[in-house]
Design a binder for this molecule. Sequence first.
Ligand code: COA
Length: 162
Amino acid sequence: MYTLKPETAEDWWEVEALYDLCFAPGRTALSSYRLRDGVDPVKGLSLVARDENGILAGAIRFWPVLVGGTPALLLGPVAVHPTRQGEGLGGLLIQSSLERGRAEGWDRVMLVGDAPYYRRFGFEKLEGVIMPPPTNPDRVLGYALRDGAWDGVRGEVTRIDA
Ligand SMILES: CC(C)(COP(=O)(O)OP(=O)(O)OC[C@H]1O[C@@H](n2cnc3c(N)ncnc32)[C@H](O)[C@@H]1OP(=O)(O)O)[C@@H](O)C(=O)NCCC(=O)NCCS
């Protein structure tokens, strides 16, 4: 059994260590991190999953970005500890945070990731949404939290404070 809670400042370094474990070295060199530098993750949507002993099993973070000047959530990183993968926790973190995002009035979510994984949650390739290079455009995916929320939303993805 896992308990999902919004990430707090006390969770920060533990989540960083989990991401270091789960991703290839150099993850912070990815272009998506330039959208995150110095910007706080979205509170309430960025979640930690702990087991009954309080051990961190998975985490998801979201950042606010602009797409052609229109606000959107940038999902990620999301990671589940290697010993806990394949139990549905990644799916639980994603579904739960998307529901929270919708409830809090966000309209659209994007990410850079594997379409074969994220398709099951309703993510589709975004046309005309340009991440900072180098990013494979086939990995730029979006999900509308409200019907039609991505219609006509195009352009460069920029930092919220750009
Ligand atoms: C991706 C990740 C968060 C999924 O967490 P999880 O708890 O194992 O996921 P779930 O149990 O909800 O789902 C497991 C399913 O997803 C599939 N899956 C996992 N990663 C996948 C990928 N990159 N592409 C396609 N399918 C993937 C598994 O094969 C499994 O398929 P099944 O349901 O048909 O058996 C986890 O594997 C992880 O932390 N990976 C390393 C970090 C990472 O790559 N994060 C995502 C960045 S794009």
